[in-house]
Design a protein around this ligand. Structure first.
Ligand SMILES: [Zn+2]
Ligand SMILES: [Zn+2]
Length: 269
């Protein structure tokens, strides 16, 4: 009897049934392209596939058309198709990676869809797209983003007028900064104790902060960093050598670990 359940039992049941309801709804949605192909709904007296979806599974028109669209784009991608038909992930999640899915990478993507959140998949998909498309950077916007102080601006302008090659000057300054950080990292690494605890020492954190500020280390990402990621697996290495640490935002951290999982799987094979 439902009224005899404790709060905990009631909640547990809600979570379980809710999850199962979603899986079954996803499975239903995966059937729709075939129903459409056979025009089964007409044969059985439904005026359209939308009415069919609404009456049988309470789907909105949008959900029905989303299901039909994604099926077309899954042509020749059996791993993603299987995943969709299993009902284990939503159409929405698979839709997030369709713009980067190819015959070659679809198996790998299917594995990612299962472990990454919808939001992370969105970021991942954008990163992959950005790798291939070089977007033209507006110089004006770029200069505005730099927020140069007036004294710096006028000093640079003065040098430019004197015929000093400012780009070279700045390049050298940036290279010097990089070199200093690399050296500082090496010094910090040498000073670390043999036996590390999981706790990352303050001097390691400080040098990472100097390198990346408060932001995610991933190129082009301007989100706040949330986790310090060990690029070499902690279990193998147990070291906080800052050369192998990267502060990452939530999404890029999830992506880093998703890649990790794949590497582990490949090793197991
Ligand atoms: Zn990590
Ligand atoms: Zn990031």
């Amino acid at each position: 009897m439902i009224h005899e359940l404790s709060d905990r039992e009631l909640l547990e049941r809600c979570v379980r049934f809710g999850k199962e309801a979603l899986v079954w709804r996803n499975k239903f949605r995966a059937l729709l392209p075939e129903v459409e192909k056979r025009k089964l709904y007409l044969k059985k007296g439904y005026p359209s596939i939308y009415v069919f979806g609404k009456i049988l599974a309470g789907l909105s028109e949008e959900q029905v058309s989303e299901s039909l669209n994604i099926a077309l784009r899954l042509e020749g991608k059996p791993a993603l198709r299987d995943l969709l038909e299993s009902g284990e992930v939503s159409v929405n999640k698979i839709a997030k990676i369709m713009s980067i899915a190819t015959v070659e990478n679809e198996r790998e993507l299917a594995a990612k869809v299962q472990i990454m959140s919808t939001r992370t998949l969105e970021v991942f998909s954008r990163d992959v797209r950005n790798l291939h498309v070089k977007k033209p950077e507006s110089n004006l916007l770029f200069a505005q983003e730099l927020h140069l102080d007036e004294d710096v601006q006028s000093r640079l302008l003065e040098l430019e007028r004197k015929g000093i090659y400012i780009n070279q000057l700045l390049r050298e300054a940036l290279d010097r900064r990089e070199k200093e950080i690399t050296q500082a990292k090496e010094r910090v690494a040498e000073s670390l104790p043999e036996q590390s605890s999981r706790y990352i020492p303050v001097r390691v954190r400080n040098i990472l902060k100097k390198e990346y500020g408060q932001k995610c280390a991933k190129n082009g990402c301007s989100k706040m960093s949330k986790n310090i990621h060990h690029m070499r697996r902690w279990a193998l290495d147990e070291s906080h050598d800052p050369s192998f640490l990267a502060p990452l935002c939530l999404e890029h951290h999830q992506i880093a670990h998703a890649i990790d999982v794949r590497v582990q799987e490949m090793r197991r094979r």
